[in-house]
Design a protein around this ligand. Structure first.
Ligand code: GCO
Length: 255
């Protein structure tokens, strides 16, 4: 049974993993035996995150690049090619939030959210899948969706469109890559205690809404996403494709 969830000998790239959910997922995959590559836009915060994993005895390295920049992503993969680094698992976690009503939303802000939360998953996964297919070794793509992959909330329209796109991009990836033994799936986190949500946690009315409209009656913790990520990154999910697993305390299951 342990072998089903063993990631030893595998290398996992986790985008947007200097903190929050991305860092928790990277640490979780490292705990399951993977060598993890952390990513963020700032070299200093990536280096700090790597040192935190190193201090726990995990095999970690980092590379700072902008996942929305196609050339920067191509350069990163080219460097991994030169270094003999073969990426077996990609977790497309990079994401931002921008809360504003659609009628007030600037196109530039819309585009930035779409680029970071959706397009980056295409850019990064394209580079990874090209190599997985060429190697014939298969691989794992885990996209991070959201409750808003399924249900909308006012004032987060760009984020909702992007996360809805993540659900369907995941299915598109499985349609094209499953025959190459690449399983593409997604995780839909509920309301999780992260820096991105701090303003919501501190808003008493929103905090009450999250707790009252969720059968678990609480926010989730980043580490509560790790089990699903390890499952989707491991041999245990070798015949799971195009799915999104909501880790939301039961939110979407109830009215
Ligand atoms: C918001 C939140 C949500 C959560 C999460 C829910 O403003 O509503 O940021 O988007 O972060 O995505 O699944």
């Amino acid at each position: 049974m342990n072998q089903l969830f063993n990631l030893s000998g595998r290398t996992a790239l986790v985008t947007g993993s200097a903190r929050g959910i991305g860092f928790a997922l990277a640490e979780g995959l490292a705990t399951a035996g993977a060598r993890v590559i952390l990513n963020g836009t700032r070299a200093d915060t990536v280096a700090d995150a790597v040192s935190r994993l190193d201090a726990k005895g995990f095999s970690a390295q980092g590379r700072a690049f902008d996942v929305t920049d196609e050339q920067a992503v191509a350069d990163a993969f080219a460097q991994w090619d030169k270094d003999g680094v073969k990426i077996d698992i990609v977790i497309n976690n990079a994401g931002i939030q921008f809360r504003k009503p659609l009628v007030e939303l600037e196109l530039s802000d819309w585009q930035r959210v779409i680029d970071t939360n959706l397009t980056s998953a295409f850019i990064v996964s394209k580079q990874a899948a090209q190599r997985m297919i060429a190697r014939g070794t298969g691989g794992k793509i885990v996209n991070i969706g959201s409750l808003t992959s399924e249900a909308a909330r006012a004032t987060v329209g760009a984020y909702t469109a992007a996360k809805g796109g993540i659900k369907m991009l995941t299915r598109a990836m499985s349609a094209e890559w499953a025959a190459s033994n690449i399983q593409a799936n997604a995780i839909g986190p509920g309301y999780i205690l992260t820096d991105m949500n701090q303003a919501l946690v501190e808003n008493a009315a929103f905090d009450a809404w999250v707790k009252n409209s969720n059968p678990s009656q609480r926010w989730g913790r980043p580490e509560e996403l790790v089990g699903t990520a390890v499952f989707l990154a491991s041999p245990a999910s070798s015949y799971v494709n195009g799915q999104i697993i909501y880790v939301d305390g039961g939110w979407l299951a109830v009215l």
